[in-house]
Design a binder for this molecule. Structure first.
Ligand SMILES: Nc1nc2c(ncn2[C@@H]2O[C@H](COP(=O)(O)OP(=O)(O)O)[C@@H](O)[C@H]2O)c(=O)[nH]1
Ligand SMILES: [Mg+2]
Length: 186
């Protein structure tokens, strides 16, 4: 059995904890606590350590899915998680453009520490004021479509939607690895 370590990162309220709870086959480790700081304006509970869930993926593979805490003061956890990961998904809430800058900072942090395949998962695209994927890609600094990572729309509260996002992430990982192997062989 192969184990694939995946990280779910993104801003507070993007849907990381929900994403993992929607698909995990084990009881999710609950590290959510009542928010007492600036997060309390956004929601009642926030993740203080990490989320962890597992999902059997075909017969040969088990996904171990780790969710990062959203706030910068927990970024030592980001480092621990990303360094062990095979690939990651950055969740971004489409209806909160004021957070895009922070999402970009998280992405830069991760990419500096680990050169691993990643995709962008756009949540809350059903909410009022949601930006389009194209505009979000531009806001994240991707001027050139050919250079941008795969973007998928995902509703973290819907299991099927999360499974599709995970399939995209695993496929992107496989394709990147296959391309790298072909380069070495040529
Ligand atoms: N309407 C809507 N709500 C979502 C979507 N994705 C996540 N949520 C909700 O967003 C809220 C915050 O999610 P949470 O998992 O706590 O975010 P975290 O801070 O990233 O862990 C929860 O109430 C989710 O059910 C989405 O695509 N659409
Ligand atoms: Mg959380």
């Amino acid at each position: 059995m192969e184990i694939m370590n995946l990280v779910v990162t993104g801003t507070v309220g993007a849907g990381k904890t929900t994403f993992i709870r929607s698909v995990s086959e084990i009881e999710v480790v609950d590290t959510d606590r009542r928010a007492t700081d600036e997060v309390a304006d956004l929601k009642q509970n926030t993740t203080v350590a990490m989320d962890f869930g597992t999902l059997q993926f075909g017969e040969e593979m088990a996904l171990h899915i780790y969710g990062t805490p959203g706030q910068t003061r927990f970024d030592f956890m980001w480092e621990i998680l990303i360094e062990r990961a095979h690939a990651y998904v950055l969740l971004i809430a489409a209806h909160r453009p004021s957070e895009f800058h922070h999402a970009r900072r998280i992405m830069n942090f991760m990419n500096r520490r680990a050169q691993i395949p990643m995709i962008i998962g756009i949540t809350h695209s059903d909410c009022e004021g949601a930006w389009s994927s194209e505009d979000i890609a531009l806001a994240l600094g991707y001027q050139d479509v050919t250079q941008q990572p795969p973007l998928v729309l995902v509703n973290a509260a819907e299991g099927e939607s999360v499974v599709m996002a995970l399939v995209s992430l695993v496929e992107h990982y496989m394709q990147t690895m296959a391309a790298a192997t072909a380069m070495v062989g040529s």
